[in-house]
Design a protein around this ligand. Structure first.
Ligand code: BG6
Length: 518
């Protein structure tokens, strides 16, 4: 059998149907305006929407925070942040963007802060003619959410239940709670002042083009859906591997760990998109109804299944992509005896007609050999090989891989005759590469999500019941791990995996795919 080789994609660009809708007039008020997320992701994304002509002429941004800036100083800071995140920008273009940016300094605990925001917004609404539409973006630690929503309400800025209140929205960043109880408390606090229709809980993975493509791929084609079930699929692997460590977020991460940081949201979100039933339409509630229904079907986790099906690890010093790196416990702001997991591997089952007994192997970790996010669907092997007599009894199974990042694309491997002797077969791969077909990398997920929020489209935002179901599923794992903090394995930074995580899948005669396996 020879090595796998590629079949070139055939591109039919004239058949690509796109309907991007421009944002209506809108003001964006960002709390935590000088924070890392805003500087690294948000400002660059709003700027790109502006550059692509997708924002209305009538928009403005108000940064709010404790750091003291004048409007002009904040504009300079925004200009720098935009250039750092999107590269060089013509100065006139940048200036026409930053001209619409303002800053208000204040103390989150003081009512006067929200009053001054209200006064300023009334003026800016008129100057920029946005008709009262606004988004409050919470780029602050969750502890402040309650204080801020209360302050906004007291200043008459949230207007729940009043006519037109849906045009006033609040965007809430993850982590959305640390377990079921705290997530419910957070929901209760926010819902006192905003209705569910006004709340946009961000899971940035759902804004990734390639994650949205899971739905298009599944439900805009007829050929995959008939085989998308337990009769044809042997198992599914979902991997989010990162080569980065915890960077400068040790303080947050050490309280969270991989289960809360990546699994409860990004991994379960992708699992739901891969496994859910076809929504009746592509509107927010139809898609989110199916997503929640799927999460509700995940087999509940018990003491026994947690022991055998959830493996956690923590990296020790090693080498990643040629660089020596320290172990997790030596990272800045991490407890020197921390038992926080930086890796989770798990096996879940979805108890419904479509997926009964099909294992979903899921893993995510930091400081692994390389960055790779993918979903691999491995089909069942042929029931009988006609090539047994030629020593080819065990033919590899077809695998469909959705490569989420990097090298975004989709590939399907299959067996085919190779030139040469009569019995000569090899694995070929049919591959669609996002970069080759569409040129360049997909846009930053925040662009999609911000635009959708301005448009009032909640499809890619997490609904309250989704948050509850996913935390409800994982609460027993959090409890079990809290009771047995030492049930934690070491892995060397830069490795692909470690023996205990391997056993989870190998004990069933399967193997993890190599990270970025071709
Ligand atoms: C965030 C996590 O939600 O996602 C980070 O908090 C993680 O820990 C990041 O690094 C990964 O996002 P991406 O888009 O780089 O895969």
């Amino acid at each position: 059998m020879s090595a796998m080789s590629d079949i070139c994609p055939i591109v039919l660009p004239q058949e690509i149907a796109c309907a991007e809708v421009n944002a209506p007039p809108c003001g964006i008020v960002v709390f935590g305006a000088s924070g890392d997320l805003v500087r690294r992701k948000l400002l660059g994304s709003v700027f790109e929407l502006f550059r692509r002509g997708l924002l209305s002429e009538n928009f403005y941004i108000v940064g709010c925070g404790r750091s003291s800036f004048s409007d002009e100083q904040y504009r300079t800071d925004v200009g720098n942040a935009v250039s750092e995140s999107v590269g060089d920008v013509p100065p006139e273009l940048l200036r026409s963007f930053t001209d619409k940016i303002y800053y208000i300094v204040g103390d989150y605990e003081q009512e006067s802060f929200y009053k001054s925001i209200a006064v300023r917004l009334t003026k800016l609404n008129k100057v920029h003619n946005v008709g009262g539409s606004r988004i409050f973006y919470m780029a602050v630690p969750p502890l402040l959410y309650g204080t801020i929503v209360k302050g906004l309400d007291l200043a008459g800025l949230s207007c729940p239940g009043l006519p037109g209140c849906e045009r006033i929205r609040i965007v809430v960043e993850k982590p959305f709670g640390a377990d079921l109880k705290s997530a419910n408390e957070l929901n209760n606090i926010i819902q006192k002042h905003f209705t569910e229709r006004q709340i946009y809980r961000i899971d940035h993975y759902l804004g990734k083009e390639t994650v949205q493509n899971i739905l298009m791929f599944r439900f805009a084609n007829t050929i995959f859906e008939p085989v998308w079930n337990r009769n044809f699929i042997d198992h599914i692997q979902i991997t989010i591997a990162e080569s980065d460590g915890v960077e400068h977020r040790g303080g947050y991460y050490d309280r969270a760990g991989a289960l809360r940081d990546m699994f409860q949201n990004h991994i379960l979100g992708m699992l739901a998109f891969v496994a859910m039933e076809p929504p009746v339409s592509f509107d927010a509630d139809s898609v989110r109804d199916e997503k929640v229904k799927l999460l509700q079907c995940i087999r509940p986790l018990t003491g026994q299944s947690i022991n055998t099906d959830f493996i956690r690890g923590q990296y020790v010093a090693g080498e990643v992509e040629g660089q020596k790196v320290c172990g997790y416990r030596k990272e800045s702001k991490v407890d020197a005896s921390s038992t926080t997991e930086t890796y989770v591997a798990a096996r879940l089952f979805v108890d419904n007609w479509r997926w009964q007994d099909v294992p979903f192997y899921l893993r995510t970790g930091k400081r692994l050999a390389r960055k790779n996010t993918e979903i691999a669907i491995t089909f069942k092997k042929v029931p009988h090989s006609m090539l047994v007599s030629a020593g080819l009894g065990d033919l590899p199974a077809n695998t469909l891989v959705m490569q989420i990042q990097p090298e975004e694309g989709i590939s399907l491997s299959f067996q085919a005759k190779r030139p040469g002797s009569k019995v000569c077969i090899g694995t070929l791969r049919m591959r669609f590469s996002y970069a080759e077909v569409f040129g360049g990398e997909p846009p930053e997920a925040y662009q999609r999500l911000l635009l959708d929020c301005m448009l009032g489209d909640q499809t890619l935002f997490t609904r309250q019941d989704d948050v509850e179901v996913s935390w409800g599923l994982l609460d027993p794992v959090l409890r079990a791990w809290a009771n047995k903090p030492l049930m934690l394995y070491e892995y060397k930074a830069g490795s692909e995996s470690f023996p205990q995580a391997d056993r989870l899948i190998e004990s069933e005669g399967r193997t993890w795919r190599h990270l970025r396996e071709i």
